[in-house]
Design a protein around this ligand. Structure first.
Ligand code: URA
Length: 286
C-alpha cells in the first residue's frame, strides 16, 4: 500500500533538489514548500512539512496549525510502553482498546507539545471538540488556558499538554477508576520522555495522580517536590468558566509559575549529596 506521507516527503525533496541544482532561489524553494499541503483522507486533517523539516497539522474544523507528527510514518515495534518514543506512545494511544472509552471516542487525544518542554500541563480528559480534533484543550477551557499561559509569557506551543485519560468520557462525565488505570502508563511514559521541570495538574483527577486523597481547595498553587521536579496542583480552567470565584484563584496560581520553573531548574542542578566518608567506608565492607 502506498503511503501518502512518504510521497509527499518525496515531492518536497524534489523541490529542495531544484534549489540545490540552482534552478530556484531559497526564497522560492521555501515559498513552494510552504504552499504544499497534504489532505489526510482518514480524518480530513491537512498536513504540511516546513522547509526545516517539521510537520504541522491543521485539524479538520480548526484554523490553527500545530506541530504534530504523522503517525503513518511511525513504526510500532512490539515493545513495552516504557521503551517507546513520544510518537510511538501517541500511535499506541490512537490504537488503544484497553478500556471501554475506545468504543465511544471519535479520536484519541494523546497530547501535544515539544518533547523538550519544561512545563507540562495535565488535564482530566478530552471533551467534545478535543474528541473531534484529536487535540487537548481546544474548546472554551483551552482558550482560557491560552490566556493564562499568555499571562506568564508562554504560548501553548511552548508547553506539553495532555490529560489523565486520553479518550473522551461520554457526556464529559468524570473518568472512572478503571479508565484512569488503563491510561496510567501512557502518562508515566510521557512524563519520563518530556522530563518537565514543572508539572501543573488541572483539576482533581490529575491532582489525585500525584496526591491521592488531597483537597484541591487546600493545596492549589502550592508546589510539591516530586523527585527532581515540582508538581503544582491547580483548579481546572473549566471550573473558572462555570464559577467565576475560581478565576482569580487560578489566575494568581498561574502567575507564580515562572518562579517555580526557575526554582525547579536550580533544584535539578543541585549536586548530589557527597558521600560521607564514614558511609563510604561502611559500604565498602559489604
Ligand atoms: N478539559 C480537559 O481536562 N482536557 C481537555 O483536553 C479539554 C478539556
Amino acid at each position: 500500500m502506498t503511503n501518502p506521507f512518504i510521497d509527499f516527503q518525496a515531492q518536497i525533496e524534489a523541490v529542495k533538489q531544484r534549489h540545490t541544482a540552482g534552478e530556484i532561489s531559497q526564497n522560492e524553494r521555501d515559498n513552494l514548500i510552504r504552499r504544499m499541503k497534504l489532505k489526510d483522507d482518514a480524518w480530513g486533517d491537512v498536513w504540511m512539512l516546513s522547509p526545516t523539516g517539521e510537520w504541522f497539522r491543521q485539524a479538520k474544523g480548526s484554523k490553527g496549525w500545530v506541530r504534530d507528527y504523522p503517525l503513518d510514518l511511525v513504526e510500532l515495534p512490539d515493545m513495552p510502553i516504557d521503551a517507546l518514543d513520544i510518537h510511538q506512545v501517541a500511535k499506541t494511544i490512537h490504537h488503544c482498546t484497553r478500556c471501554p472509552l475506545h468504543e465511544t471516542r471519535t479520536r484519541a487525544v494523546p497530547g501535544e507539545g515539544p518533547v523538550e518542554a519544561d512545563l507540562m500541563l495535565i488535564g482530566e480528559g478530552p471533551g467534545y471538540h478535543e474528541d473531534k480534533q484529536a487535540r487537548p484543550f481546544v474548546g472554551n477551557a483551552g482558550q482560557f488556558l491560552e490566556e493564562l499561559l499568555d499571562s506568564i509569557g508562554y504560548k501553548r506551543r511552548d508547553v506539553f499538554i495532555t490529560n489523565v485519560v486520553k479518550c473522551r468520557p461520554p457526556n464529559n462525565r468524570d473518568p472512572q477508576a478503571e479508565e484512569l488505570a488503563a491510561c496510567s502508563d501512557y502518562l508515566t511514559r510521557q512524563i519520563e520522555l518530556i522530563n518537565p521541570k514543572v508539572i501543573v495538574t488541572l483539576g482533581r483527577y490529575s491532582m489525585y495522580r500525584f496526591f491521592p486523597g488531597e483537597s484541591i481547595s487546600k493545596i492549589h498553587g502550592q508546589p510539591q517536590r516530586v523527585g527532581d521536579r515540582l508538581v503544582v496542583p491547580m483548579f481546572h480552567p473549566a471550573a473558572a468558566l462555570h464559577q467565576p470565584r475560581f478565576r482569580p484563584l487560578i489566575t494568581e496560581d498561574f502567575l507564580k509559575l515562572p518562579q517555580f520553573i526557575a526554582e525547579a531548574a536550580s533544584m535539578a542542578e543541585e549536586p548530589v549529596d557527597p558521600v560521607d566518608p564514614a558511609d563510604a567506608e561502611q559500604l565498602s565492607l559489604f
